[in-house]
Design a protein around this ligand. Structure first.
Ligand SMILES: Cc1cc2nc3c(=O)[nH]c(=O)nc-3n(C[C@H](O)[C@H](O)[C@H](O)COP(=O)(O)OP(=O)(O)OC[C@H]3O[C@@H](n4cnc5c(N)ncnc54)[C@H](O)[C@@H]3O)c2cc1C
Length: 441
């Protein structure tokens, strides 16, 4: 039975929404959490679910210790009881098998399981008295009075629109946020592109590498040369200690281009590395559609706050979604007690979320692909780094620079042997975000 009015209504029960709801309930607020999914922890949306353990990722240092995800600076521990795998290498491999490998003693990231994470957060939220509405689609949040927000929603199978009042509403409905569409701040966002992703969870893959995150660079991996294929070792939700990880293989491509299923099936059967997959069995599939927008810099409007991917450029990662959810829960509780506003949350977001900073989007996009070179040129360039290991992590914000520096250190040789590649490489690194996307489509 729903209340007439809540202190907080959260739309979306991913890591951001669950963490906001749990934190607000711990602070004594009455909370309603709604999600369009029937089974909130079930994962049908593609996500590598790597914890980026590089120091200062989103301004904090994260690790998994004793069944908890630790945030050193926030002093936060989030229950995580599943298996996890330390990924030893981040590998970019060309159609000709040439590589650029990053590694470091801490591992390049930690692959964990999102379903286990969400189940733990949901359990905690429900124990704290959060009301949970499943199969419910949030439509809109409106500031109707100085201290009152109306949230409209409908059941997944119903056209009847209902509403509920609250003192603060939280848009935690992910990267394609419906709620953010209704905010003034949405109009200031710049749109880049829509990507879709398909994922296969595979057992029985014979990769020659240790547990790793592998990006298959170059156009020769898919029939029409579009998009990016990558894979990592990770555990299923029901994995036991000592179980071998499975492989999560993903194909991401601009939405107007080729079919993800045809691309991924072709890669498995006819790709340059099909021998790794000859005995592989698909045990689960997932997919995602991603709209790339610039970040919302001021993610609080009246008493509506956007957290996690909703105000972000593509992704905050699960670890970021939880950080911002935690902060939003705390600051909202404080605001409802003292009317202090959401500045602390907004400042934290702008200070710690890298994609809010000038130049970060360009930097990350440059790391996604090197689509400005053909496969012969890519094989040549990666041939120069094939026998070396570079210090680095999986992070979108730092790995592109490691890659760039690795190639720059070879540039004198490239200029002599293949001046046309040197010229393209240097020109690419002067491009802006839109030009990079055009070249990497
Ligand atoms: C291909 C890919 C790889 C990734 N790899 C990693 C990685 O390695 N590590 C990592 O940490 N992160 C990774 N991410 C990003 C990660 O998935 C997100 O950053 C994180 O899930 C964001 O959490 P969120 O709670 O903001 O959004 P989401 O997890 O998207 O949750 C949003 C929730 O809102 C619900 N919802 C959506 N719209 C509505 C609506 N209108 N009404 C009600 N409910 C709604 C959805 O059902 C969902 O439960 C990856 C993402 C993709 C696509």
């Amino acid at each position: 039975m729903l209340k007439n009015k809540y202190d907080m209504v959260v739309i979306g029960a991913g890591p951001a929404g669950l963490m906001t709801a749990k934190t607000a309930a711990e602070e004594g607020l009455s909370v309603l959490l709604m999600d369009m999914k029937r089974d909130i922890p079930r994962i049908d949306r593609s996500c590598c679910t790597m914890l980026i353990n590089e120091v200062s990722t989103h301004g904090d240092n994260c690790s998994i210790v004793d069944n908890n995800i630790h945030y050193e600076k926030l002093g936060l521990k989030v229950k995580y009881t599943g298996q996890w795998a330390k990924l030893e290498q981040s590998i970019r491999i060309t159609p000709g098998g040439k590589k650029l490998i990053m590694s470091n003693p801490n591992g390049v990231s930690i692959a964990y399981n999102k379903e286990v994470l969400l189940r733990g957060l949901l359990e905690d939220a429900e124990k704290l008295g959060v009301d949970v509405l499943t199969e419910t689609f949030g439509l809109k949040a409106e500031n109707i009075k100085k201290d009152e927000v109306r949230v409209s929603f409908r059941g997944n199978r119903s056209r009847a629109v209902k509403d509920v009042k609250c003192r603060v509403a939280v848009a935690a409905d992910g990267v394609n946020s419906q709620i953010v569409l209704g905010l003034e701040a949405f109009r200031k966002r710049k749109f880049f592109i829509t990507f879709r992703v398909a994922s296969y969870f595979l057992e029985g893959v014979e990769s020659p590498f240790p547990p790793a995150f592998i990006i298959f660079v170059g156009r020769g991996h898919t029939p029409d040369g579009n998009g990016a294929i990558y894979m990592l070792d990770k555990h299923l939700a029901d994995a036991k200690p000592g179980d071998k990880p499975i492989i999560d293989l993903m194909y991401a491509t601009p939405v107007i281009k080729s079919s993800n299923k045809i691309g991924i099936d072709n890669f498995l059967k006819n790709g340059k590395f099909s021998h790794w997959f000859r005995s592989a069995k698909v045990v689960h599939t997932a997919a995602a559609t991603l709209n790339f927008y610039t970040c919302i810099q001021e993610p609080a409007e009246g008493n509506i706050i956007a957290v996690g991917d909703a105000p972000s450029f593509i992704e905050t990662y699960c670890q970021g979604a939880m950080m911002y959810g935690y902060k939003a829960g705390k600051v909202s509780a404080q605001h409802l007690k003292t009317n202090c506003g959401y500045k602390e949350y907004t400042d934290y977001w702008k200070k710690t979320f890298e994609y809010c900073w000038p130049g970060e989007i360009e930097k990350a996009l440059k790391g996604y692909g090197i689509g400005f070179l053909n496969d012969d040129e890519i094989d040549y360039l990666f041939g120069l780094t094939d026998n070396e290991i570079y210090d680095g992590y999986v992070s979108e914000n730092t790995a592109p620079a490691v890659m760039k520096d690795a190639f720059m250190s070879k540039m004198d040789r490239v200029k002599k042997e293949r001046p046309e590649i040197a010229e393209k490489f240097l020109k690419f690194h002067q491009s802006n975000a839109h030009e990079v996307l055009e070249k990497t489509k």
